[in-house]
Design a protein around this ligand. Sequence first.
Ligand code: HSE
Length: 312
Amino acid sequence: MSIKRKVRAFAPATVANVCCGFDVLGFAVDNPGDEVLLTLRDDTEIRIESIIGDQGKLPLDANKNTASVAIQSLLRKTGHPIGVDITLYKNLPLGSGMGSSAASGVAALVAMNNLLGEPLSRTELVEHAMESERIACGSAHADNVAPSLLGGFVLVRDYQPLDVIKIPLAIELYCTLVHPHLELNTSDSRKVLKPTVKLTDAIIQSGNIAGLMLGLMKPDGELIARSLKDVFAEPIRSAFIPGFHHMREIAIQAGSLGFGISGSGPTVFSLSIDIASAERTGQLIKEQFLKHDLRSDVFISKVNQQGARIIE
Ligand code: HSE
């Protein structure tokens, strides 16, 4: 085992679904993200020492916090009899659709795995990070945690057994995230979805996810643009985002390849080939939210290829 006593890790925000990949596709951005500092204890307790930046909203109970729950899951697997104090630097807004719960769990896991001397690979950490999602929203989806761990675009081809594949991205893309100051709980945003989909919608969605994969790998920007469509969740969830459909038109006019809801929202995202389009889109979407009396934050970032990292 490593003799380190302290490790600090960063895990990036993520865009899950990417329009056509509901629960099966996500990508990581460079920033923002959450950080976790772990300090080794002399006993086997996993304790949340402090959370900075959550305005007291997150649980300090180690059985309920996404960071500690992920660590508990990892230690059950490896059997290491060690304990840690956890400090969580919560930079991502809660209930934003930017993979906030995933980033906390992933940063905690990557730090813990490092403290243990890296017994598990990044891919092997995915199932433990999914426990963070289970505790945060009742659904152990992997489309935020997998890209936050691995970086880039990650496909969750199957859940049983878990089959997580990093897409060999052949194109440099910029992501615009615009986070309106609204909080949407992921479990509520999942409850509004219908449990079944129409065959005609399944056909459209399958064509688009396959098209998007191919577009990212060829690369083919026009194919990516044609494929960034969602007929599963967006028709229902867009009702919670004022002005959503008009924003898409504006994003496309500003040069974005596509526009959609980031995860379960309310953050919206667009993908662009050049940073100028990404910035222009961000500014225009921010103005649109203001027309609906909503202030927002804009984040522009390259698609991150590295995923979570140790920072100290
Ligand atoms: N795929 C999940 C959903 C992501 O859309 O509910 C949640 O961030």
